[in-house]
Ligand binder design. Structure first.
Ligand code: BV8
Ligand code: ZN
Length: 258
């Protein structure tokens, strides 16, 4: 049995014996559903902007219509997308593990639409905008936003209660993560037997530190990514492949389910 098979065998056995499994996902898991990652070059109205520049409080203060338009374009893209085999494999994995925790950096709802009910969204959700003054939730109109292909500048709506501006329900750079969600994620990473990190470049903190929390906790740690990241040499195994291919195979090999 060659080295690769030996590693895969270890992962499969660890998953079968595991009581607690934690999975951290990033934009790469939604890439095969047609949702651009943060590494992908921006297009349309935003082609001259880097995503990390737009995802900031200062960008929203400076040009609210440009930023709100960007988030409406991303929301329309997600509404038109479907979960992929990677999302579905993670939903299936939860049925075979006594304690399964799914943590995501993604602001889309593709995990939930694939059947994963309890997802810890570290960086918020596109579907949960709120008033930047009184923090009252804002409910989007039923109809999906009709946008020209390259997107458009859209003035953010106003809060029905205090009249202030509604902002996207996401965590921007420089903003704190939702405390209870972060504490739950960190605790799960500390206690787990197996930790999978899928489709993340592991560059954004504090989310990227979770893999090291799991490593320090003695867990078997596995990365699924077609490209190298800083975690390659730290994890137990770095599987070079796409989540839409590797995760269904892993679930099938481990629990014999398609
Ligand atoms: C904070 C929501 C303080 C918005 C996002 C320590 C050191 C250095 C910097 C910092 C530090 N601590 C904090 C910082 C600053 C900053 C940070 O980390 N900067 C980085 C850039 C260096 N962090 C923050 O600002 C955080 N807040 O620190 O607050 C504070 C504390 C208390 C009180 C007040 C303030 C907040 C960070 C969250 C920002 N919001 N998203 C939105 O979405 O618009 S981050 C956003 O970018 C995503 O959520 C995600 O986290 C990140 C993108 O990363 P990935 O998901 O990994 O995606 P990426 O595109 O990078 O890579 C895709 C990967 O998938 C690639 O590796 C690719 O190879 C792979 N792939 C591609 N296709 C596939 C695939 N994999 C599998 N299958 C495929 N098919
Ligand atoms: Zn308000």
């Amino acid at each position: 049995m060659n080295a690769v098979n030996a590693v895969v065998r270890t992962i499969i056995n660890s998953l079968r014996e595991a009581r607690r499994v934690v999975v951290l996902t990033g934009a790469g898991v939604s890439a095969e559903s047609g949702v651009p990652t943060f590494r992908d070059k921006q297009t349309g109205l935003w082609e001259h902007f880097d995503a990390a520049q737009l995802a900031t409080p200062s960008a929203f203060q400076r040009d609210p219509a440009l930023v709100w338009g960007w988030y409406e374009w991303r929301r329309a893209t997600v509404l038109a997308a479907q979960p992929n085999a990677g999302h579905r494999a993670l939903a299936a994995m939860a049925d075979h593990v006594p304690q399964f925790t799914l943590i995501t950096q993604n602001v889309d709802d593709l995990h939930e639409r694939a059947g994963s009910p309890h997802v810890l969204h570290l960086h918020g959700e596109l579907a949960r905008p709120y008033c930047e003054a009184c923090r009252r939730s804002y409910v989007f109109p039923i109809r999906a936003p009709k946008l020209p292909p390259g997107g458009a500048r859209i003035e953010p709506p106003c809060c029905e209660v205090c009249g202030a501006r509604i902002r996207p329900g996401v965590v921007w750079f420089g903003e704190a993560l939702p405390e209870l969600t972060w504490l739950a994620a960190r605790e799960a990473a500390k206690q787990c037997d197996v930790f999978l990190c899928c489709g993340t470049s592991a560059l954004v903190q504090p989310a990227a530190s979770l893999t090291h929390v799991a490593i320090d906790g003695g867990a078997v740690t596995v990365q699924v990514n077609p490209n190298p990241t800083d975690l390659d040499t730290s994890v137990t195994a770095a599987i070079r492949g796409t989540s839409g291919t590797v995760l269904p195979q892993l679930v099938a090999e481990t629990w014999g389910v398609k």
